[in-house]
Design a protein around this ligand. Sequence first.
Ligand code: TXA
Ligand code: MG
Length: 309
Amino acid sequence: MGGKYVTETLRADAVGLARAAGILREGGLVAVPTETVYGLAARADSDEAVARIYAAKGRPSFNPLIVHVASLDQARGLAEFSAAAERLAGEHWPGPLTLVLPRRRKAGLATAVTAGLDTVALRMPAHPLMQRLLQEVGLALAAPSANRSGFISPTTAAHVLASLDGRIDAVLEGGECERGLESTIAAVRADGSIDLLRPGPIALEAEAGDGEHIEAPGQLASHYAPGKPVRLDATQVAPDDFMIGFGAIVGDCTLSTRGDLAEAAARLYACLHEGARSEKPRIAVAPIPDEGIGIAINDRLRRAATPPG
Ligand code: TXA
Ligand code: MG
Protein backbone atom coordinates (compact mmCIF):
# COMPACT_ATOMS: atom_id res chain seq x y z
CA MET A 1 0.00 0.00 0.00
CA GLY A 2 2.74 2.43 -0.93
CA GLY A 3 4.51 2.22 2.43
CA LYS A 4 8.24 2.16 3.05
CA TYR A 5 8.33 -1.40 4.39
CA VAL A 6 8.39 -4.74 2.61
CA THR A 7 6.04 -6.63 4.91
CA GLU A 8 7.16 -10.23 5.58
CA THR A 9 4.65 -13.00 6.29
CA LEU A 10 6.09 -15.27 9.01
CA ARG A 11 4.99 -18.85 9.52
CA ALA A 12 3.77 -20.26 12.82
CA ASP A 13 6.93 -22.27 13.47
CA ALA A 14 10.19 -21.86 15.41
CA VAL A 15 11.82 -19.94 12.56
CA GLY A 16 8.89 -17.54 12.24
CA LEU A 17 8.72 -16.98 15.99
CA ALA A 18 12.46 -16.28 16.23
CA ARG A 19 12.26 -13.80 13.37
CA ALA A 20 9.23 -12.05 14.93
CA ALA A 21 11.01 -11.84 18.29
CA GLY A 22 14.14 -10.43 16.64
CA ILE A 23 12.20 -7.71 14.79
CA LEU A 24 10.37 -6.75 18.00
CA ARG A 25 13.58 -6.57 20.07
CA GLU A 26 15.06 -4.20 17.49
CA GLY A 27 12.04 -1.91 17.82
CA GLY A 28 10.10 -3.05 14.74
CA LEU A 29 6.40 -3.74 14.18
CA VAL A 30 4.91 -7.24 13.92
CA ALA A 31 1.21 -8.03 13.56
CA VAL A 32 0.44 -10.97 15.85
CA PRO A 33 -2.50 -13.34 16.28
CA THR A 34 -4.45 -13.34 19.55
CA GLU A 35 -7.67 -15.15 20.47
CA THR A 36 -9.62 -11.87 19.98
CA VAL A 37 -8.23 -10.04 16.93
CA TYR A 38 -4.76 -9.58 15.39
CA GLY A 39 -2.70 -6.98 17.27
CA LEU A 40 0.01 -4.66 15.94
CA ALA A 41 2.85 -5.27 18.40
CA ALA A 42 5.91 -3.26 19.40
CA ARG A 43 8.07 -3.35 22.52
CA ALA A 44 6.23 -1.34 25.16
CA ASP A 45 9.41 0.11 26.73
CA SER A 46 10.59 2.00 23.64
CA ASP A 47 9.31 5.46 22.67
CA GLU A 48 10.52 4.99 19.07
CA ALA A 49 8.92 1.57 18.65
CA VAL A 50 5.58 2.74 20.10
CA ALA A 51 5.64 5.88 17.93
CA ARG A 52 5.82 3.54 14.90
CA ILE A 53 2.52 1.90 15.93
CA TYR A 54 0.72 5.25 15.97
CA ALA A 55 2.27 6.19 12.61
CA ALA A 56 1.42 2.89 10.88
CA LYS A 57 -2.21 2.98 12.08
CA GLY A 58 -2.73 6.73 11.72
CA ARG A 59 -3.95 6.55 15.32
CA PRO A 60 -4.67 9.71 17.35
CA SER A 61 -2.07 10.06 20.12
CA PHE A 62 -4.71 10.56 22.85
CA ASN A 63 -5.76 6.92 22.46
CA PRO A 64 -3.68 4.67 24.78
CA LEU A 65 -2.59 1.10 24.00
CA ILE A 66 -3.08 -2.27 25.69
CA VAL A 67 0.11 -3.86 27.05
CA HIS A 68 0.35 -7.65 26.60
CA VAL A 69 2.23 -9.79 29.13
CA ALA A 70 3.41 -13.39 29.39
CA SER A 71 2.74 -13.80 33.10
CA LEU A 72 0.98 -12.36 36.12
CA ASP A 73 4.37 -11.54 37.67
CA GLN A 74 5.30 -9.45 34.65
CA ALA A 75 1.94 -7.65 34.95
CA ARG A 76 2.50 -6.97 38.66
CA GLY A 77 5.73 -5.17 37.74
CA LEU A 78 3.78 -2.74 35.54
CA ALA A 79 0.67 -1.99 37.64
CA GLU A 80 -0.62 -2.16 41.18
CA PHE A 81 -2.91 -5.14 41.67
CA SER A 82 -5.62 -4.67 44.30
CA ALA A 83 -7.44 -7.71 45.69
CA ALA A 84 -10.23 -7.14 43.13
CA ALA A 85 -7.68 -7.03 40.28
CA GLU A 86 -5.99 -10.22 41.51
CA ARG A 87 -9.35 -11.96 41.59
CA LEU A 88 -10.31 -10.91 38.04
CA ALA A 89 -6.89 -11.88 36.66
CA GLY A 90 -7.06 -15.20 38.52
CA GLU A 91 -10.47 -15.97 37.02
CA HIS A 92 -9.94 -14.79 33.44
CA TRP A 93 -6.23 -14.80 32.54
CA PRO A 94 -4.97 -15.90 30.14
CA GLY A 95 -7.97 -14.73 28.15
CA PRO A 96 -9.92 -11.89 26.52
CA LEU A 97 -10.08 -9.56 29.55
CA THR A 98 -8.09 -6.31 29.72
CA LEU A 99 -7.64 -4.73 33.16
CA VAL A 100 -7.08 -0.98 33.53
CA LEU A 101 -5.05 -0.54 36.73
CA PRO A 102 -2.93 2.11 38.48
CA ARG A 103 0.41 2.27 36.64
CA ARG A 104 3.63 1.78 38.60
CA ARG A 105 5.86 4.86 38.35
CA LYS A 106 8.91 2.73 37.59
CA ALA A 107 7.13 0.44 35.14
CA GLY A 108 9.50 1.56 32.38
CA LEU A 109 6.73 1.94 29.81
CA ALA A 110 7.05 4.38 26.91
CA THR A 111 4.99 7.50 27.70
CA ALA A 112 2.90 7.17 24.54
CA VAL A 113 1.65 3.71 25.59
CA THR A 114 -0.58 5.21 28.27
CA ALA A 115 -1.10 8.55 26.48
CA GLY A 116 -0.06 10.31 29.68
CA LEU A 117 -2.65 8.58 31.93
CA ASP A 118 -1.62 7.26 35.35
CA THR A 119 -3.36 3.97 34.58
CA VAL A 120 -2.27 1.18 32.24
CA ALA A 121 -4.35 -1.40 30.34
CA LEU A 122 -2.97 -4.96 30.72
CA ARG A 123 -3.89 -8.26 29.13
CA MET A 124 -2.47 -11.81 29.14
CA PRO A 125 -3.60 -13.36 25.84
CA ALA A 126 -4.59 -17.02 25.56
CA HIS A 127 -3.49 -17.64 21.95
CA PRO A 128 -0.68 -20.26 22.17
CA LEU A 129 1.43 -18.63 19.42
CA MET A 130 1.19 -15.20 21.06
CA GLN A 131 2.11 -16.75 24.42
CA ARG A 132 5.21 -18.37 22.91
CA LEU A 133 6.16 -15.08 21.26
CA LEU A 134 5.80 -13.10 24.52
CA GLN A 135 8.01 -15.66 26.27
CA GLU A 136 10.60 -15.64 23.51
CA VAL A 137 10.81 -11.82 23.32
CA GLY A 138 10.91 -11.50 27.09
CA LEU A 139 9.38 -8.00 26.90
CA ALA A 140 5.89 -6.60 27.39
CA LEU A 141 4.32 -5.79 24.02
CA ALA A 142 2.03 -2.85 23.31
CA ALA A 143 -0.56 -3.84 20.70
CA PRO A 144 -3.70 -2.18 19.39
CA SER A 145 -5.80 -3.99 16.81
CA ALA A 146 -3.82 -4.36 13.56
CA ASN A 147 -5.91 -2.14 11.29
CA ARG A 148 -5.74 1.45 10.05
CA SER A 149 -7.36 3.66 12.71
CA GLY A 150 -11.15 3.67 12.40
CA PHE A 151 -11.39 0.70 10.02
CA ILE A 152 -12.57 -2.89 10.50
CA SER A 153 -10.53 -5.00 12.94
CA PRO A 154 -8.59 -8.00 11.54
CA THR A 155 -9.31 -11.63 12.37
CA THR A 156 -6.98 -13.13 9.72
CA ALA A 157 -3.48 -12.29 8.47
CA ALA A 158 -5.07 -11.37 5.10
CA HIS A 159 -7.23 -8.74 6.85
CA VAL A 160 -4.07 -7.28 8.39
CA LEU A 161 -2.34 -7.05 5.01
CA ALA A 162 -5.45 -5.49 3.44
CA SER A 163 -4.86 -2.34 5.49
CA LEU A 164 -1.21 -2.44 6.68
CA ASP A 165 0.81 -4.11 3.88
CA GLY A 166 3.90 -1.97 3.30
CA ARG A 167 3.44 -0.11 6.61
CA ILE A 168 4.75 -2.75 9.06
CA ASP A 169 7.73 -5.13 9.20
CA ALA A 170 5.89 -8.44 9.39
CA VAL A 171 2.74 -10.40 10.13
CA LEU A 172 2.88 -13.69 12.04
CA GLU A 173 0.44 -16.12 10.41
CA GLY A 174 -1.73 -17.63 13.15
CA GLY A 175 -4.95 -18.57 11.39
CA GLU A 176 -8.40 -17.24 12.25
CA CYS A 177 -8.98 -15.63 15.65
CA GLU A 178 -11.22 -17.85 17.76
CA ARG A 179 -13.24 -15.15 19.57
CA GLY A 180 -13.26 -12.54 16.81
CA LEU A 181 -14.10 -9.51 18.99
CA GLU A 182 -11.74 -7.33 21.03
CA SER A 183 -11.27 -8.06 24.72
CA THR A 184 -13.62 -6.87 27.44
CA ILE A 185 -12.02 -3.84 29.15
CA ALA A 186 -12.63 -3.31 32.88
CA ALA A 187 -11.14 -0.61 35.08
CA VAL A 188 -10.55 -1.62 38.69
CA ARG A 189 -10.75 1.53 40.85
CA ALA A 190 -8.88 2.18 44.09
CA ASP A 191 -12.00 1.34 46.17
CA GLY A 192 -12.28 -2.07 44.46
CA SER A 193 -15.24 -1.08 42.27
CA ILE A 194 -15.27 -2.16 38.62
CA ASP A 195 -16.18 -0.04 35.59
CA LEU A 196 -16.87 -1.77 32.30
CA LEU A 197 -15.14 0.37 29.61
CA ARG A 198 -15.77 -1.89 26.61
CA PRO A 199 -18.06 -4.93 26.31
CA GLY A 200 -16.39 -8.05 24.92
CA PRO A 201 -16.14 -11.84 25.15
CA ILE A 202 -16.04 -11.89 28.98
CA ALA A 203 -19.41 -10.83 30.41
CA LEU A 204 -18.78 -8.51 33.37
CA GLU A 205 -22.00 -6.50 33.11
CA ALA A 206 -23.30 -7.89 36.42
CA GLU A 207 -20.10 -7.03 38.31
CA ALA A 208 -19.67 -3.55 36.94
CA GLY A 209 -21.56 -0.65 38.49
CA ASP A 210 -23.73 1.82 36.63
CA GLY A 211 -20.82 2.98 34.49
CA GLU A 212 -22.71 3.49 31.28
CA HIS A 213 -21.32 6.97 30.74
CA ILE A 214 -17.74 5.71 31.17
CA GLU A 215 -15.81 4.60 28.12
CA ALA A 216 -12.27 3.83 27.11
CA PRO A 217 -10.83 7.13 25.80
CA GLY A 218 -10.25 5.82 22.28
CA GLN A 219 -13.76 4.46 21.77
CA LEU A 220 -14.93 6.77 19.04
CA ALA A 221 -18.58 6.77 17.98
CA SER A 222 -17.49 5.84 14.44
CA HIS A 223 -15.16 2.82 14.25
CA TYR A 224 -14.91 -0.44 12.29
CA ALA A 225 -16.14 1.61 9.31
CA PRO A 226 -16.48 -0.38 6.05
CA GLY A 227 -16.55 2.78 3.90
CA LYS A 228 -20.22 2.55 2.92
CA PRO A 229 -23.58 3.02 4.67
CA VAL A 230 -24.54 0.31 7.17
CA ARG A 231 -28.19 -0.31 8.16
CA LEU A 232 -28.90 -2.30 11.34
CA ASP A 233 -31.85 -4.47 12.43
CA ALA A 234 -32.68 -5.15 8.78
CA THR A 235 -35.35 -7.77 8.13
CA GLN A 236 -35.82 -6.94 4.41
CA VAL A 237 -33.05 -7.03 1.80
CA ALA A 238 -32.96 -4.24 -0.80
CA PRO A 239 -31.35 -5.08 -4.19
CA ASP A 240 -28.28 -2.92 -3.56
CA ASP A 241 -27.67 -4.29 -0.04
CA PHE A 242 -24.85 -6.60 0.88
CA MET A 243 -26.83 -8.53 3.48
CA ILE A 244 -25.20 -9.85 6.67
CA GLY A 245 -27.58 -12.50 7.98
CA PHE A 246 -28.15 -14.21 11.31
CA GLY A 247 -30.26 -17.26 12.16
CA ALA A 248 -33.29 -17.56 9.89
CA ILE A 249 -32.28 -14.44 7.93
CA VAL A 250 -29.82 -15.69 5.32
CA GLY A 251 -27.40 -13.15 3.85
CA ASP A 252 -24.59 -12.78 1.30
CA CYS A 253 -22.56 -13.59 4.42
CA THR A 254 -24.32 -15.22 7.36
CA LEU A 255 -22.95 -14.77 10.89
CA SER A 256 -24.45 -18.00 12.20
CA THR A 257 -27.14 -20.06 10.49
CA ARG A 258 -27.95 -21.83 13.76
CA GLY A 259 -28.26 -18.50 15.59
CA ASP A 260 -25.18 -19.07 17.75
CA LEU A 261 -23.84 -15.78 19.16
CA ALA A 262 -20.26 -17.02 19.77
CA GLU A 263 -20.05 -18.14 16.14
CA ALA A 264 -21.52 -14.78 15.06
CA ALA A 265 -18.86 -12.91 17.07
CA ALA A 266 -16.07 -14.96 15.48
CA ARG A 267 -17.39 -14.18 11.97
CA LEU A 268 -18.47 -10.54 12.40
CA TYR A 269 -15.34 -8.79 11.11
CA ALA A 270 -14.87 -11.29 8.24
CA CYS A 271 -18.44 -10.49 7.08
CA LEU A 272 -17.82 -6.73 7.41
CA HIS A 273 -14.57 -7.07 5.42
CA GLU A 274 -16.46 -9.01 2.74
CA GLY A 275 -19.20 -6.36 2.66
CA ALA A 276 -16.59 -3.61 2.35
CA ARG A 277 -14.97 -5.40 -0.63
CA SER A 278 -18.26 -6.22 -2.36
CA GLU A 279 -19.61 -4.20 -5.29
CA LYS A 280 -22.88 -3.57 -3.45
CA PRO A 281 -23.02 0.09 -2.33
CA ARG A 282 -24.64 -0.56 1.06
CA ILE A 283 -24.52 -3.07 3.90
CA ALA A 284 -27.55 -4.31 5.85
CA VAL A 285 -27.33 -6.40 9.02
CA ALA A 286 -30.01 -8.68 10.48
CA PRO A 287 -31.09 -8.11 14.12
CA ILE A 288 -28.72 -9.65 16.70
CA PRO A 289 -30.11 -10.54 20.18
CA ASP A 290 -28.74 -8.08 22.76
CA GLU A 291 -27.63 -10.68 25.31
CA GLY A 292 -24.29 -12.28 26.28
CA ILE A 293 -21.66 -11.69 23.59
CA GLY A 294 -24.51 -10.20 21.48
CA ILE A 295 -24.08 -7.01 23.57
CA ALA A 296 -20.49 -6.66 22.31
CA ILE A 297 -21.53 -7.53 18.72
CA ASN A 298 -24.19 -4.78 18.78
CA ASP A 299 -21.70 -2.31 20.31
CA ARG A 300 -19.32 -2.88 17.35
CA LEU A 301 -22.18 -2.78 14.81
CA ARG A 302 -23.47 0.58 16.11
CA ARG A 303 -19.99 2.06 15.64
CA ALA A 304 -19.67 0.49 12.17
CA ALA A 305 -23.01 2.12 11.26
CA THR A 306 -21.96 5.59 12.47
CA PRO A 307 -20.54 7.64 9.57
CA PRO A 308 -16.93 8.86 10.13
CA GLY A 309 -16.30 12.50 10.98
O1 TXA B 1 -8.56 -7.80 22.18
C1 TXA B 1 -7.96 -6.73 22.26
O2 TXA B 1 -8.09 -5.99 23.23
C2 TXA B 1 -7.04 -6.34 21.10
C3 TXA B 1 -5.89 -7.36 21.07
C4 TXA B 1 -4.86 -7.02 20.04
O3 TXA B 1 -5.32 -7.46 22.35
N1 TXA B 1 -6.55 -5.01 21.24
C5 TXA B 1 -7.32 -3.90 21.08
O4 TXA B 1 -6.64 -2.69 21.15
O5 TXA B 1 -8.51 -3.95 20.88
P1 TXA B 1 -7.25 -1.30 20.68
O6 TXA B 1 -6.13 -0.35 20.73
O7 TXA B 1 -7.95 -1.46 19.39
O8 TXA B 1 -8.25 -0.93 21.83
C6 TXA B 1 -7.73 -0.60 23.10
C7 TXA B 1 -8.72 0.19 23.87
C8 TXA B 1 -8.87 1.61 23.36
O9 TXA B 1 -10.25 1.94 23.32
C9 TXA B 1 -8.15 2.44 24.42
O10 TXA B 1 -8.70 3.72 24.56
C10 TXA B 1 -8.36 1.60 25.67
O11 TXA B 1 -8.21 0.29 25.21
N2 TXA B 1 -7.33 1.86 26.70
C11 TXA B 1 -6.01 1.63 26.64
N3 TXA B 1 -5.38 2.06 27.76
C12 TXA B 1 -6.35 2.57 28.56
C13 TXA B 1 -6.34 3.18 29.85
N4 TXA B 1 -5.22 3.34 30.55
N5 TXA B 1 -7.53 3.59 30.37
C14 TXA B 1 -8.68 3.41 29.67
N6 TXA B 1 -8.75 2.84 28.45
C15 TXA B 1 -7.60 2.43 27.89
MG1 MG C 1 -9.09 -1.20 17.56
